[in-house]
Design a protein around this ligand. Structure first.
Ligand code: BES
Ligand code: ZN
Length: 874
């Protein structure tokens, strides 16, 4: 889907994932791994934060095994002051000299007497700063008070305590937190002792020892959290937040209880920790983080007001919870050996997150949403400069760059294809065997696919290797011919590029692709493994067409000769599943983009789908209309296109009616909101513009009286047609919003106001203290509006130094992504040059991808604008 404005969650998640890319001190690409001489067994770790002074002090004993006799033990540590270090071995204790290497984020502890192989204890006392960078041990603030929180993934545990901060060094953590008397603390274990002191006004909370976990999964949170308590399968579950927000925790609790029960069954291993806490942190760089048994969230992804929340907000919260809970087994219990396999960790959780929800809320139709994930990944993977799933990473900067759409979306989609090919039960059995074998330890991607190959008896290893080691995704071209009582299907594969010239040139990639063929004669789908450039298969029955992605789980696009496609298109509503009906126009659009299909045929296909009522399919149908309207259609043809949009959606609109009907399904209500946005947007329907304004007035007066989805759409429409008076009101409501959903509904609509003076005010807001650093991604929305884009871009450049200062280290690389929002040569060149001049480390690939994206957009206009005129004239 090309429209970023519909749903908060689509762009936000993408941005967040990108915004995670953090760059620390740039260190040399080698020598950052710890030497393999000493391994930790357990940590006794005591931390005492001082919220008022924003500092902390720590005292730890790391119980280690010396693997090779050594005089030096090398640990990770960053931005910590060592007060004292001792190493005890064989009954003798010696003070160690500490030498810090800031660039490598390491500390070398040296003693004079060689440590023999065997057990030793390292005792370190240290201090640090509770930073404002949302990583390591950091300071977070609500309007009322301060909190201390941790965010360690990927390489920031070393900012909270010296240790072996690599995922393969799993250890037991015995944590004690010393906090103010009135405060509490949350960590990976349960509180097993609460004693007064040390010192006045303090108490010490001792947590039960963790099982063996990697350092990046340790969590420590300090403040006045209030928790709602529940449980499932004997595991106590709590949803915790600021006390004033406690009323918003019910939905998350119910979701997590259902999800835990589902995973206990699916994984065939009981939830591996003794409790589960889900905690909102007032300032949070990522969306959520899967710390073992203490999952942390930004507020929008956990808090729901059940009376007012939109359907999408609930789905979002539930799927983020399901994602992080999926990691408790896949990631936390079994962890990647090294960060180069983080794609499997994130891809798996992304693939898994919808499963427990499909079971819990079948009416959410998440099967179709799953396909949405795959389609998003395919768009990303069509860029000529896209990376491969598998990539090496040594330094912290390299590692964070791996948390991108390829690791999440593509990896999840490849798993989805493999699952469809081997069968869901076989896939599950393979996952179970893999987890059982490596529980409490580490594993590699090879371990995973070797197991699946063994369990399934199918060449999963070959498929996974080829999709993870080659960039891009295949386009399968289908030619079928009826030969008496059978049908001959010729399949040909090539790499799909969004760049027409690249696509026309031969590509070298070749994948083993499980193609699920659906012949019109029998309607019986069967898998065929396409391993060559070109291969012919025979199917029983005489078929007029053969669809090559039955079930729509394949990670490839497919195309047909025009006659076969026309037949399929004419039967699309009667013949294909919703999953396939999402896919068919999406694949068609990919062909339009490169000029292999006339946009007129695409628009005709949409007209064939006027009877469509499934929301996900309708979203796909309307997903490109805004881009066509704003970017591709000639100025003079715009009114004709607007009328075409109105005509297309008339039957659906009159079927849905203007107002919600009591008792109707939530999906129908949400669809009405989607429709309002298109009809008033690229449809320019004046009545609906007026209606949206009315909804906004009502929402401002009594938010609980308006469906939140309708309110969100209306806020965008009204903004697009709004002036300074309305803008002022949005700003007012930002300050009084009662739920995160309400807050972001106003915030993200600011970018849609058409007056450049208001764009200016939005940039001022972004730089002020009014906007939290964690919400800087709103810049994406300010720059996405094509109408105000040139002005916004100018402001962005002028304000860049101040913007840069406000970004936490994790937000910085992501901003090169903004260079991909344009659709014209001048802004492309200017933004490329601007970002390149900033010399932001780690942004090279992102900038290249961004340029590809802009070029693809320009190309559509060049290839299709005339076709569009001709079509609209008819
Ligand atoms: N492990 C990640 C969070 C993370 C990513 C932390 C990169 C540090 C660096 C977590 O499991 C995750 O994927 N969070 C997503 C939300 C998810 C539902 C897509 C996020 O933060 O956007
Ligand atoms: Zn994740």
């Amino acid at each position: 889907m090309a429209t970023p404005n519909f749903l908060l969650h689509i762009p936000m998640r993408r941005i967040l994932i990108l915004a995670l890319s953090s760059l620390g001190i740039i260190a040399s690409a080698w020598g950052q791994r710890l030497p393999d001489t000493v391994a930790p067994e357990s940590y006794d770790l005591t931390l005492e934060p001082n919220l008022a002074k924003a500092t902390f002090s720590g005292d730890e004993i790391i119980h280690v095994t010396v693997l090779k006799p050594a005089v030096t033990v090398t640990l990770n540590a960053a931005e910590l002051q060592f007060l004292e270090a001792n190493i005890t071995s064989g009954g003798a204790s010696e003070k160690a000299t500490v030498s810090l290497d800031a660039a490598k984020e390491q500390a070398a502890l040296t003693v004079s007497k060689e440590l023999p192989a065997g057990p030793a204890d390292i005792r370190i006392r240290f201090t640090g700063v509770l930073n404002d960078q949302l990583r390591g041990f950091y300071l977070s603030k609500s309007a009322r008070r301060r909190y201390a929180a941790t965010q360690f993934e990927a390489t920031d545990a070393r900012r909270a305590f010296p240790g072996f901060d690599e995922p393969a060094y799993k250890a037991v953590f015995r944590i004690t937190l010393i906090v103010d008397k009135g405060d509490t603390a949350i960590s990976n274990g349960k509180i097993i002792a609460d004693t007064a002191g040390p010192g006045d006004g303090k108490h010490s909370l001792r947590f039960s020892p963790s099982p063996k976990i990697s350092s990046y999964l340790v969590a420590m949170l300090v403040g006045d959290f209030a928790c709602r308590e529940g449980g499932a399968d004997g595991i106590p579950i709590r949803v915790c937040t600021l006390p004033e927000k406690e009323a918003l925790t019910g939905f998350a609790l119910e979701a997590s209880e259902n999800i835990l029960k589902y995973y206990d069954k699916y994984y065939a291993i009981k939830y591996p920790y003794e409790k589960l806490d889900l905690i909102v942190i007032p300032d949070f760089a990522a969306g959520a983080m899967e710390n073992a048994a203490a999952i942390t969230y930004r507020d929008i992804y956990l808090l729901i007001d059940e009376k007012t929340a939109s359907y999408d907000a609930k789905k979002d919260v539930a799927s983020v919870i399901a994602h992080e809970m999926a990691h408790q087994w896949f990631g936390d219990l079994v962890t990647m050996q090294w960060w180069n396999d983080i794609w499997l960790n994130e891809g798996f959780a992304t693939w898994m997150e919808l499963k427990p929800l499909e079971a819990w809320k079948p009416e959410w139709n998440l099967g179709q949403q799953e396909i949405g994930q795959t389609l998003g990944a395919l768009v990303n993977d069509s860029l000529p400069t896209v990376r491969t799933i598998r990539a090496d990473a040594e330094t912290p900067a390299d590692i964070v760059a791996l948390f991108d759409g390829i690791a999440y979306g593509k990896a999840a989609s490849v798993l989805r294809m493999v699952e469809a090919y081997v069968g869901a039960e076989v896939f599950e059995a393979g996952v179970n065997a893999y987890l059982a074998k490596h529980a409490y330890r580490n594993a590699t991607a090879e371990d995973f696919w070797t197991q699946l190959t063994e369990t399934s008896g199918k060449p999963v290893d070959k498929i996974m290797q080829s999709f993870t080691e080659q960039p891009g995704a295949p386009l399968v071209t289908v030619q079928s011919a009826c030969r008496g009582d059978r049908t001959e299907v010729m399949l040909r594969q090539e790499r799909y590029y969004s760049d027409a010239a690249k696509l026309a040139a031969a590509s070298s990639e070749l994948w083993p692709i499980p193609v699920n063929l659906l012949p019109s004669a029998t309607r019986q789908p069967t898998f065929h493994l396409l391993t060559k450039r070109e291969e012919t298969f025979n199917l029983p029955g005489c078929s007029a067409w053969v669809y090559a992605n039955a079930g729509s789980r394949g990670y490839y696009r497919s195309s047909y000769d025009p006659a076969a496609f026309a037949k399929m298109a004419s039967q699309i509503e009667s013949t294909f599943s919703p999953e396939e009906r999402v896919r068919i126009p999406n694949d068609a659009w990919a062909l339009v983009q490169v000029g292999r299909m006339n946009i007129g045929n695409y628009l005709d296909l949409l007209r064939n789908m006027q009877g469509e009522r499934s929301r996900q399919v309708v979203q796909e149908m309307i997903g490109n209309l805004r881009d066509i309207h704003d970017k591709f259609v000639a100025e003079a043809d715009r009114p004709a296109f607007e009328k075409w949009v109105r005509d297309l959606l008339k039957p659906l609109a009159s079927d849905l009616g203007e107002a919600p009907v009591a008792g109707e399904p939530a999906e129908r209500q949400a669809l009405r909101a989607d429709l309002l946005e298109v009809l008033a947007g690229p449809g320019r329907d004046p009545e609906l513009v007026a209606k949206a304004r009315g909804v906004v007035e009502q929402y401002m007066k009594a938010p609980e009286s308006v469906d939140a989805a309708l309110a969100k759409s209306s806020l965008l429409v009204a903004a697009r047609n709004g002036d300074a008076g309305l803008y002022d009101k949005y700003i007012q409501h930002l300050k009084t919003a009662k739920t995160p959903e309400e807050y972001y509904a106003y915030l993200l609509a600011l970018g849609d106001f058409p007056e450049t003076e208001l764009t200016r005010r939005s940039f001022a807001l972004v730089l002020s203290d009014e906007l939290k650093n964690q919400d800087m991604f709103v810049l994406y929305f300010l720059l996405a509006n094509t109408q105000t884009q040139p002005v916004a871009w100018g402001l962005f450049k002028a304000d860049f130094p101040s913007i840069w200062k406000k970004l936490d280290p994790s937000g910085r690389i992501a901003f090169a992504e903004l260079a991909g929002l344009f659709c014209d040569g001048k802004l492309r060149d200017d933004s490329q040059k601007f970002f390149a001049d900033q010399k932001l480390p780690g942004t090279e690939r992102i900038l290249k991808n961004a340029k590809d994206k802009v070029n693809a957009c320009i190309q559509v206009r060049e290839l299709q604008q005339k076709n569009l005129s001709a079509y609209l004239e008819k």
